[in-house]
Design a protein around this ligand. Sequence first.
Ligand code: SAM
Length: 254
Amino acid sequence: MSPKTVEKPEYGNWVSKKFIYMPGTIGIVCLGLTFLSAWWAIPAVIFLVIAAYFLYARTLFSPQGGDIQNRIRALVLEHLDWDGNGQVLDIGCGNAALTIALAHKYPRAAVTGIDYWGGNWEYSQAVCEKNAQLEKVGERATFRKVSASKLPFDNESFDAVASNLTFHEVSDSADKRDLVREALRVVKKGGKFAFQDLFLMKPVYGEAQELLETIRSWGIEKVEFIETRQADFIPDALKLPFMVGTLGLIVGKK
Ligand SMILES: C[S@@+](CC[C@H](N)C(=O)[O-])C[C@H]1O[C@@H](n2cnc3c(N)ncnc32)[C@H](O)[C@@H]1O
């Protein structure tokens, strides 16, 4: 097979193309309507700026534009202080980028990725399985379609549990703190965890310090909070609250 035809894994981009096409199309339509009234120039500019911002963000997230998405995801791996012996779960695995990174970092571990594929995302179980094969970790990787709100695993089944940017997406759980608790339920006593989500978004999680206190009250031995935006590689343009600005990591030991 020539190098040109070698298949590569697909991990997708957190900024979906529709965030560019939708405001872009509306902006162009408004621009056309300026023939009727110059006032249409106002919404035209607003929608075109929104489209341009998301195009820029998508580029920054992509491997060609700084690989910020991968580097943010890698913070979960970096802060999961685990020895790699046993089983690790990735909750909301998407196209398995983190699941596969876990398998590479921990060559003795069995990795499981769960997700409720469908809906807003261009991810699927089939792509996860294909990516794991292409990345040569398929024999140690298992993927299942289940919701993060009700994990089909016994208490304390995993030596480590990770999750990246998933809990806020889970629609069948009104209180997203319940998802943190559900994730911790399946961690073994003494096991490690690292979750990254919009933990600084107060309407979703409340005050971060109160969330940590709540987690401690569940009998978790060690838990700490790290602000994602403190990472030196994140451009200011991505630090808006609806992008990376409200991201944080909750990491520790059960
Ligand atoms: C922003 S993506 C993150 C994907 C992946 N963790 C990553 O780092 O690329 C959010 C993920 O949450 C998943 N998701 C949404 N609702 C879910 C649910 N109820 N249970 C599990 N995963 C869910 C989506 O399918 C999607 O893969």
